[in-house]
Design a protein around this ligand. Structure first.
Ligand code: SF4
Length: 353
Protein backbone atom coordinates (compact mmCIF):
# COMPACT_ATOMS: atom_id res chain seq x y z
CA UNK A 1 0.00 0.00 0.00
CA UNK A 2 1.26 3.48 -0.87
CA UNK A 3 0.76 5.95 1.92
CA UNK A 4 1.44 9.66 2.20
CA UNK A 5 3.96 10.49 4.92
CA UNK A 6 2.78 14.12 4.77
CA UNK A 7 -0.74 12.96 5.62
CA UNK A 8 0.60 10.77 8.40
CA UNK A 9 2.50 13.73 9.87
CA UNK A 10 -0.62 15.92 9.67
CA UNK A 11 -2.63 13.26 11.51
CA UNK A 12 0.05 12.93 14.19
CA UNK A 13 0.15 16.70 14.74
CA UNK A 14 -3.60 16.38 15.29
CA UNK A 15 -2.88 13.54 17.76
CA UNK A 16 -4.65 10.96 15.59
CA UNK A 17 -3.32 7.42 15.23
CA UNK A 18 -2.32 5.87 11.90
CA UNK A 19 -4.63 3.34 10.33
CA UNK A 20 -3.54 -0.28 10.43
CA UNK A 21 -2.47 -0.17 6.77
CA UNK A 22 -0.48 3.02 7.29
CA UNK A 23 1.27 1.49 10.29
CA UNK A 24 2.14 -1.68 8.39
CA UNK A 25 3.54 0.35 5.49
CA UNK A 26 6.00 2.07 7.84
CA UNK A 27 7.61 -1.31 8.51
CA UNK A 28 8.08 -2.30 4.88
CA UNK A 29 10.66 -1.33 2.28
CA UNK A 30 7.99 0.41 0.22
CA UNK A 31 9.05 3.53 2.11
CA UNK A 32 12.68 4.53 2.40
CA UNK A 33 13.76 4.46 6.03
CA UNK A 34 15.26 7.96 5.84
CA UNK A 35 11.93 9.35 4.62
CA UNK A 36 10.16 7.58 7.49
CA UNK A 37 12.62 8.92 10.07
CA UNK A 38 12.41 12.43 8.63
CA UNK A 39 8.60 12.36 8.84
CA UNK A 40 8.62 11.03 12.40
CA UNK A 41 11.25 13.67 13.22
CA UNK A 42 8.85 16.44 12.18
CA UNK A 43 6.36 15.15 14.72
CA UNK A 44 9.03 14.79 17.39
CA UNK A 45 10.29 18.36 16.88
CA UNK A 46 6.75 19.78 16.85
CA UNK A 47 5.97 18.46 20.32
CA UNK A 48 9.42 18.18 21.94
CA UNK A 49 11.74 20.50 20.05
CA UNK A 50 15.34 19.31 20.24
CA UNK A 51 15.17 18.24 23.89
CA UNK A 52 16.30 14.81 25.04
CA UNK A 53 15.16 13.64 28.44
CA UNK A 54 17.65 11.45 30.35
CA UNK A 55 16.48 8.69 32.68
CA UNK A 56 18.55 6.44 34.91
CA UNK A 57 17.69 2.98 36.20
CA UNK A 58 18.61 1.92 39.71
CA UNK A 59 18.18 -1.83 40.15
CA UNK A 60 17.04 -2.07 43.76
CA UNK A 61 16.95 -5.88 43.87
CA UNK A 62 18.53 -8.02 41.19
CA UNK A 63 17.84 -11.56 39.98
CA UNK A 64 16.09 -14.49 41.68
CA UNK A 65 12.66 -13.67 40.27
CA UNK A 66 9.94 -16.36 40.54
CA UNK A 67 8.41 -15.27 37.21
CA UNK A 68 9.50 -16.79 33.91
CA UNK A 69 9.59 -13.98 31.34
CA UNK A 70 11.65 -15.49 28.51
CA UNK A 71 13.53 -12.29 27.67
CA UNK A 72 14.70 -11.62 31.21
CA UNK A 73 18.03 -12.62 32.74
CA UNK A 74 16.49 -12.38 36.23
CA UNK A 75 13.83 -14.99 35.47
CA UNK A 76 13.13 -18.28 37.16
CA UNK A 77 15.69 -20.79 35.85
CA UNK A 78 17.99 -18.18 34.31
CA UNK A 79 21.62 -19.27 34.17
CA UNK A 80 22.81 -15.81 33.11
CA UNK A 81 25.89 -14.72 35.00
CA UNK A 82 24.30 -11.54 36.33
CA UNK A 83 24.58 -9.70 39.63
CA UNK A 84 22.17 -11.12 42.20
CA UNK A 85 21.37 -9.23 45.38
CA UNK A 86 18.48 -8.39 47.69
CA UNK A 87 17.17 -4.87 48.44
CA UNK A 88 19.87 -2.21 48.48
CA UNK A 89 19.90 0.31 51.34
CA UNK A 90 18.40 3.81 51.05
CA UNK A 91 21.86 5.43 51.21
CA UNK A 92 23.08 3.36 48.29
CA UNK A 93 20.01 4.32 46.25
CA UNK A 94 20.52 8.00 47.15
CA UNK A 95 24.19 7.89 46.15
CA UNK A 96 23.30 6.32 42.80
CA UNK A 97 20.63 8.99 42.30
CA UNK A 98 23.14 11.74 43.11
CA UNK A 99 25.49 10.47 40.41
CA UNK A 100 22.67 10.17 37.91
CA UNK A 101 21.36 13.67 38.61
CA UNK A 102 24.85 15.14 38.29
CA UNK A 103 25.16 13.38 34.93
CA UNK A 104 21.94 15.01 33.73
CA UNK A 105 19.25 12.45 34.57
CA UNK A 106 15.87 14.03 35.13
CA UNK A 107 14.03 10.83 36.05
CA UNK A 108 15.21 8.10 38.41
CA UNK A 109 13.63 4.72 37.71
CA UNK A 110 13.58 2.53 40.81
CA UNK A 111 13.25 -1.05 39.57
CA UNK A 112 13.05 -4.31 41.52
CA UNK A 113 12.84 -7.87 40.26
CA UNK A 114 9.91 -10.02 41.36
CA UNK A 115 6.25 -10.62 40.63
CA UNK A 116 5.25 -7.59 42.61
CA UNK A 117 5.96 -5.78 45.88
CA UNK A 118 4.84 -6.94 49.31
CA UNK A 119 3.65 -4.35 51.83
CA UNK A 120 7.13 -4.29 53.45
CA UNK A 121 8.67 -3.67 50.07
CA UNK A 122 6.53 -0.58 49.56
CA UNK A 123 7.89 0.68 52.89
CA UNK A 124 11.46 -0.03 51.75
CA UNK A 125 10.91 1.88 48.52
CA UNK A 126 9.33 4.77 50.45
CA UNK A 127 12.50 5.01 52.57
CA UNK A 128 14.63 5.09 49.45
CA UNK A 129 12.50 7.83 47.92
CA UNK A 130 12.82 9.90 51.08
CA UNK A 131 16.61 9.49 51.01
CA UNK A 132 16.76 10.42 47.32
CA UNK A 133 14.38 13.38 47.54
CA UNK A 134 16.19 14.86 50.52
CA UNK A 135 19.29 15.22 48.36
CA UNK A 136 17.75 15.56 44.89
CA UNK A 137 14.38 17.26 45.34
CA UNK A 138 13.94 18.02 41.63
CA UNK A 139 14.28 14.54 40.14
CA UNK A 140 11.17 12.65 39.04
CA UNK A 141 10.80 9.28 40.70
CA UNK A 142 9.41 6.38 38.71
CA UNK A 143 8.79 3.02 40.38
CA UNK A 144 8.84 -0.26 38.49
CA UNK A 145 8.11 -3.00 40.99
CA UNK A 146 5.96 -5.46 39.06
CA UNK A 147 2.28 -6.27 39.48
CA UNK A 148 0.56 -4.02 42.02
CA UNK A 149 -1.88 -5.16 44.70
CA UNK A 150 -4.82 -3.16 45.96
CA UNK A 151 -3.90 0.20 47.44
CA UNK A 152 -0.20 -0.10 46.60
CA UNK A 153 -0.28 2.50 43.83
CA UNK A 154 -1.83 4.97 46.30
CA UNK A 155 0.88 4.23 48.86
CA UNK A 156 3.57 4.78 46.27
CA UNK A 157 2.07 8.10 45.21
CA UNK A 158 1.92 9.20 48.84
CA UNK A 159 5.59 8.22 49.18
CA UNK A 160 6.54 10.64 46.40
CA UNK A 161 6.42 8.44 43.32
CA UNK A 162 5.58 10.45 40.20
CA UNK A 163 5.29 7.64 37.63
CA UNK A 164 4.79 3.89 37.56
CA UNK A 165 6.40 1.82 34.84
CA UNK A 166 5.05 -1.52 33.76
CA UNK A 167 5.66 -2.64 30.19
CA UNK A 168 3.18 -4.70 28.21
CA UNK A 169 6.25 -6.10 26.43
CA UNK A 170 4.46 -7.84 23.59
CA UNK A 171 1.00 -7.97 22.08
CA UNK A 172 -1.82 -9.84 23.79
CA UNK A 173 -1.99 -12.67 21.24
CA UNK A 174 1.69 -13.53 21.80
CA UNK A 175 1.91 -12.93 25.52
CA UNK A 176 1.72 -16.60 26.51
CA UNK A 177 4.72 -17.26 24.22
CA UNK A 178 6.97 -15.08 26.36
CA UNK A 179 5.65 -15.73 29.88
CA UNK A 180 3.56 -18.38 31.62
CA UNK A 181 3.44 -17.04 35.19
CA UNK A 182 1.31 -13.98 34.57
CA UNK A 183 -0.89 -12.70 31.78
CA UNK A 184 -1.22 -9.72 29.50
CA UNK A 185 -4.41 -8.84 31.41
CA UNK A 186 -2.42 -8.78 34.70
CA UNK A 187 -0.07 -6.25 33.19
CA UNK A 188 -2.87 -4.10 31.81
CA UNK A 189 -4.55 -4.15 35.22
CA UNK A 190 -1.43 -2.82 36.93
CA UNK A 191 -1.01 0.02 34.44
CA UNK A 192 -4.66 0.95 34.99
CA UNK A 193 -4.25 0.82 38.78
CA UNK A 194 -1.26 3.16 38.56
CA UNK A 195 -3.21 5.57 36.34
CA UNK A 196 -6.25 5.39 38.61
CA UNK A 197 -4.10 6.34 41.59
CA UNK A 198 -2.82 9.45 39.83
CA UNK A 199 0.58 8.10 38.86
CA UNK A 200 1.92 8.96 35.42
CA UNK A 201 1.66 5.72 33.43
CA UNK A 202 4.78 4.47 31.67
CA UNK A 203 4.35 1.38 29.54
CA UNK A 204 6.19 0.10 26.52
CA UNK A 205 7.39 -2.96 24.70
CA UNK A 206 10.32 -5.14 23.72
CA UNK A 207 11.02 -5.95 20.09
CA UNK A 208 13.21 -8.63 18.58
CA UNK A 209 11.33 -11.54 20.17
CA UNK A 210 10.12 -13.07 16.89
CA UNK A 211 7.11 -10.77 16.45
CA UNK A 212 5.64 -10.13 12.99
CA UNK A 213 4.80 -6.73 11.52
CA UNK A 214 1.17 -7.38 12.42
CA UNK A 215 2.16 -8.12 16.03
CA UNK A 216 4.04 -4.81 16.24
CA UNK A 217 1.01 -2.90 14.99
CA UNK A 218 -1.26 -4.78 17.42
CA UNK A 219 1.10 -3.81 20.24
CA UNK A 220 0.92 -0.15 19.23
CA UNK A 221 -2.90 -0.17 19.22
CA UNK A 222 -3.04 -2.05 22.54
CA UNK A 223 -0.63 0.36 24.21
CA UNK A 224 -2.49 3.37 22.87
CA UNK A 225 -5.62 2.18 24.65
CA UNK A 226 -3.78 2.64 27.97
CA UNK A 227 -2.95 6.29 27.17
CA UNK A 228 0.56 6.17 28.68
CA UNK A 229 2.61 9.31 29.31
CA UNK A 230 5.82 7.52 28.39
CA UNK A 231 6.51 4.57 26.12
CA UNK A 232 9.87 2.83 26.46
CA UNK A 233 10.88 1.03 23.27
CA UNK A 234 13.24 -1.80 24.13
CA UNK A 235 15.15 -3.94 21.67
CA UNK A 236 15.82 -7.40 23.06
CA UNK A 237 19.19 -7.77 24.76
CA UNK A 238 19.76 -11.49 24.14
CA UNK A 239 21.31 -12.65 27.40
CA UNK A 240 23.01 -16.03 27.46
CA UNK A 241 21.21 -18.32 29.88
CA UNK A 242 17.71 -17.19 28.87
CA UNK A 243 15.37 -18.83 26.34
CA UNK A 244 15.87 -15.87 23.95
CA UNK A 245 19.63 -15.71 24.46
CA UNK A 246 20.41 -16.47 20.81
CA UNK A 247 17.69 -14.32 19.23
CA UNK A 248 19.59 -11.73 17.21
CA UNK A 249 16.92 -10.79 14.66
CA UNK A 250 16.99 -7.00 14.63
CA UNK A 251 18.77 -4.67 12.24
CA UNK A 252 19.35 -0.94 12.78
CA UNK A 253 16.86 -0.14 10.03
CA UNK A 254 14.21 -2.38 11.55
CA UNK A 255 14.70 -0.62 14.89
CA UNK A 256 14.36 2.83 13.27
CA UNK A 257 11.13 1.79 11.54
CA UNK A 258 9.67 0.47 14.81
CA UNK A 259 10.62 3.65 16.66
CA UNK A 260 9.06 5.81 13.95
CA UNK A 261 5.87 3.76 14.03
CA UNK A 262 5.58 4.38 17.77
CA UNK A 263 6.20 8.11 17.32
CA UNK A 264 3.21 8.22 14.95
CA UNK A 265 1.07 6.33 17.47
CA UNK A 266 2.32 8.45 20.40
CA UNK A 267 3.03 11.85 18.83
CA UNK A 268 2.90 13.93 22.04
CA UNK A 269 4.03 11.22 24.44
CA UNK A 270 7.54 10.59 25.73
CA UNK A 271 8.87 7.90 23.39
CA UNK A 272 11.93 6.52 25.14
CA UNK A 273 14.75 4.76 23.38
CA UNK A 274 15.44 2.07 25.96
CA UNK A 275 17.35 -1.20 26.38
CA UNK A 276 19.28 -2.64 23.47
CA UNK A 277 19.87 0.58 21.54
CA UNK A 278 23.65 0.21 21.61
CA UNK A 279 23.79 -3.36 20.32
CA UNK A 280 21.01 -3.13 17.72
CA UNK A 281 21.14 0.46 16.43
CA UNK A 282 24.90 0.67 16.77
CA UNK A 283 26.16 3.62 14.64
CA UNK A 284 22.58 4.61 13.80
CA UNK A 285 21.77 5.73 17.37
CA UNK A 286 21.94 9.45 16.51
CA UNK A 287 19.25 8.93 13.86
CA UNK A 288 17.02 7.41 16.53
CA UNK A 289 17.24 10.69 18.46
CA UNK A 290 15.39 12.29 15.56
CA UNK A 291 12.40 10.16 16.60
CA UNK A 292 12.70 9.44 20.33
CA UNK A 293 12.75 12.34 22.81
CA UNK A 294 14.04 10.36 25.75
CA UNK A 295 16.78 7.80 26.46
CA UNK A 296 18.22 5.86 29.37
CA UNK A 297 21.53 7.09 30.68
CA UNK A 298 23.95 4.69 32.34
CA UNK A 299 23.47 0.97 32.72
CA UNK A 300 20.45 -1.26 32.34
CA UNK A 301 19.16 -3.72 34.93
CA UNK A 302 21.69 -6.47 34.34
CA UNK A 303 23.79 -5.30 31.38
CA UNK A 304 25.98 -2.28 30.80
CA UNK A 305 25.02 0.65 28.62
CA UNK A 306 27.04 3.14 26.58
CA UNK A 307 29.10 5.55 28.68
CA UNK A 308 27.39 8.73 29.82
CA UNK A 309 30.14 10.79 28.17
CA UNK A 310 29.45 9.13 24.81
CA UNK A 311 25.69 9.65 25.23
CA UNK A 312 26.05 13.34 26.00
CA UNK A 313 28.50 13.77 23.10
CA UNK A 314 26.10 11.95 20.79
CA UNK A 315 23.23 14.23 21.84
CA UNK A 316 25.31 17.37 21.29
CA UNK A 317 26.79 16.15 17.99
CA UNK A 318 23.30 15.41 16.66
CA UNK A 319 22.21 18.96 17.52
CA UNK A 320 20.03 18.09 20.50
CA UNK A 321 20.09 19.35 24.09
CA UNK A 322 19.58 17.59 27.41
CA UNK A 323 16.21 18.49 28.93
CA UNK A 324 16.51 20.33 32.25
CA UNK A 325 14.62 19.55 35.45
CA UNK A 326 12.85 22.90 35.13
CA UNK A 327 11.47 22.06 31.68
CA UNK A 328 8.16 20.34 31.14
CA UNK A 329 8.51 17.10 29.21
CA UNK A 330 5.01 16.65 27.82
CA UNK A 331 3.14 19.36 25.91
CA UNK A 332 0.77 21.23 28.23
CA UNK A 333 -2.21 20.45 26.05
CA UNK A 334 -1.75 16.71 26.42
CA UNK A 335 -3.79 16.54 29.58
CA UNK A 336 -7.04 18.38 29.92
CA UNK A 337 -7.62 20.20 33.17
CA UNK A 338 -10.70 18.07 33.70
CA UNK A 339 -9.63 14.56 34.65
CA UNK A 340 -12.12 11.87 33.69
CA UNK A 341 -12.96 9.81 36.79
CA UNK A 342 -11.61 6.29 36.54
CA UNK A 343 -11.90 5.25 40.21
CA UNK A 344 -14.58 4.77 42.84
CA UNK A 345 -18.12 3.57 42.18
CA UNK A 346 -18.66 2.03 38.78
CA UNK A 347 -15.01 0.94 38.55
CA UNK A 348 -12.90 -1.71 40.23
CA UNK A 349 -10.52 0.96 41.58
CA UNK A 350 -10.63 2.37 45.13
CA UNK A 351 -12.41 5.69 45.64
CA UNK A 352 -10.50 8.93 46.21
CA UNK A 353 -11.08 9.07 49.95
S1 SF4 B 1 10.68 -9.15 33.70
FE1 SF4 B 1 10.29 -8.77 35.86
S2 SF4 B 1 8.70 -10.26 36.40
FE2 SF4 B 1 9.63 -10.98 34.47
S3 SF4 B 1 11.27 -12.40 35.11
FE3 SF4 B 1 12.21 -10.36 34.86
S4 SF4 B 1 12.17 -9.45 36.90
FE4 SF4 B 1 10.73 -11.17 36.90
Amino acid sequence: MTISLDELVAKALDRSAPTRDEALALLTEDLDVLDVVAAAGRVRRHFFGRRVKLNTIINLKSGLCPEDCNYCSQRLGSSSDILKYSWIKPDEAAEAADRAAQAGAKRICLVASGRGPGQRDIGRVAEMIEAIKTRQPDVEICACLGLLGEGQADRLRQAGVHAYSHNLNTNEARYADICSTHTFADRVDTVRQATGAGLSPCSGAIFGMGESDADIVDMAFELRQLDPDSVPINFLIPMEGTPLGTDWHLTPIRCLRILALFRFFFPDVEVRLAGGREIHLRGMQPLALQVANSIFLGDYLTSEGQSGVDDRDMIADAGFIVEGTDEQTLPAARHDLVAIRRRGVGTDQPANA
